[in-house]
Design a protein around this ligand. Structure first.
Ligand code: PLP
Length: 284
């Protein structure tokens, strides 16, 4: 099941072609997106997603997205989706057609079901490899043209890293900086639990501030955890009580194997279960 609607509220058949071959989003990855998880008809962290969408647009020198129009089309897709089926809702804004004098963006919302592989990962955990992302953790401020911290459509590198993980017998990746600091996954944020505190690296590392990570941290704090946004070295990943990846569609997923080394199930399985439950409980 899939639902497609353009920003003006027009529904379209997702099995038909709608994007022109000269759309800059298609030929250059020149655009931005967000993927929002909708459960029981509620979009999780909608404001945080729309805030990040606006920040990405600003970093890309694009006109600010029309927030009310996006909220309307998101609601439209949700209202045309069965409430009891989880929905992965992608919103996409490209720079539009190459050479268009009116510079009209291409803008749509597209809803799909959650892949079985994602549901399995949520339940059973995943194997992850660390890969060098090739930049220093403080590059973002020095080189804003690299668009670090913007959620652009240029995800080829992220997808290539995930293919490399599969070549190495794992499912996903944790990127590290050239100095060995932990960055993020190609589509997720890193969360380490250690001694009653949850840790995640800072967005100043040129990574996306995660909507799910933020939501999980707030739910965890209500359940008595401490939380800290701080620099982590790669060798701290396996030294905690639990290692997890957080992102909208996968929610909170446990890492059971890191760089071919199996991590202890105890207490990681119980910590993951507790946090995943606290996170979900807000939406039940
Ligand atoms: N980092 C990157 C590079 C991502 O692409 C994503 C989401 O896809 C995340 C982090 C996690 O963000 P969120 O929890 O808002 O989905």
């Amino acid at each position: 099941m899939r639902v497609l609607a353009f920003l003006d509220g027009t529904f379209a058949d997702p099995d038909q072609a709608h994007i022109r071959v000269d759309d800059l989003g298609l030929v250059r990855g020149d655009g931005i997106f967000e993927t929002i998880l909708v459960t029981n008809g509620v979009p999780r962290e909608l404001d945080a997603h729309l805030d990040r969408f606006a920040r990405s647009a600003a970093k890309m020198d694009m006109a600010p997205p029309d927030r009310e129009a996006w909220e309307r089309v998101i609601r439209l897709v949700i209202d045309n989706w069965p409430t009891d089926v989880e929905l992965a809702l992608k919103i996409v804004l490209t720079r539009g057609i190459d050479g268009d004098p009116d510079e009209r963006p291409t803008a749509f919302a597209y809803g799909t079901e959650i892949a079985e592989s994602t549901k399995t990962a949520r339940r059973d955990g995943i194997g992850v490899v660390t890969l060098n992302r090739g930049f220093e953790a403080d590059l973002m401020e020095r080189a804003p043209w690299l668009l670090l911290g913007a959620k652009t459509l240029s995800y080829s590198v992220n997808m290539a890293a995930q293919r490399e993980a599969r070549r190495r017998g794992a499912e996903d990746v944790i990127f590290t900086s050239t100095e060995g600091y932990v960055l993020e996954g190609p589509t997720s944020n890193v969360v380490v639990a250690r001694g009653g505190t949850l840790y995640t690296p800072p967005p100043t590392n040129g990574i996306l501030p995660g909507t799910t990570q933020g939501d999980v941290f707030r739910a965890a704090e209500r359940a008595g955890w401490k939380t800290e946004v701080t620099q982590l070295k790669a060798d701290e990943l396996a030294a905690g009580d639990a290692l997890m990846l957080a992102s909208s569609v996968r929610k909170l997923t446990r890492v059971h194997t890191l760089d071919d080394v199996r991590l202890a199930d105890d207490p990681a399985v119980a910590i993951h279960a507790e946090l995943a439950k606290a996170y979900d409980a807000q939406y039940e």
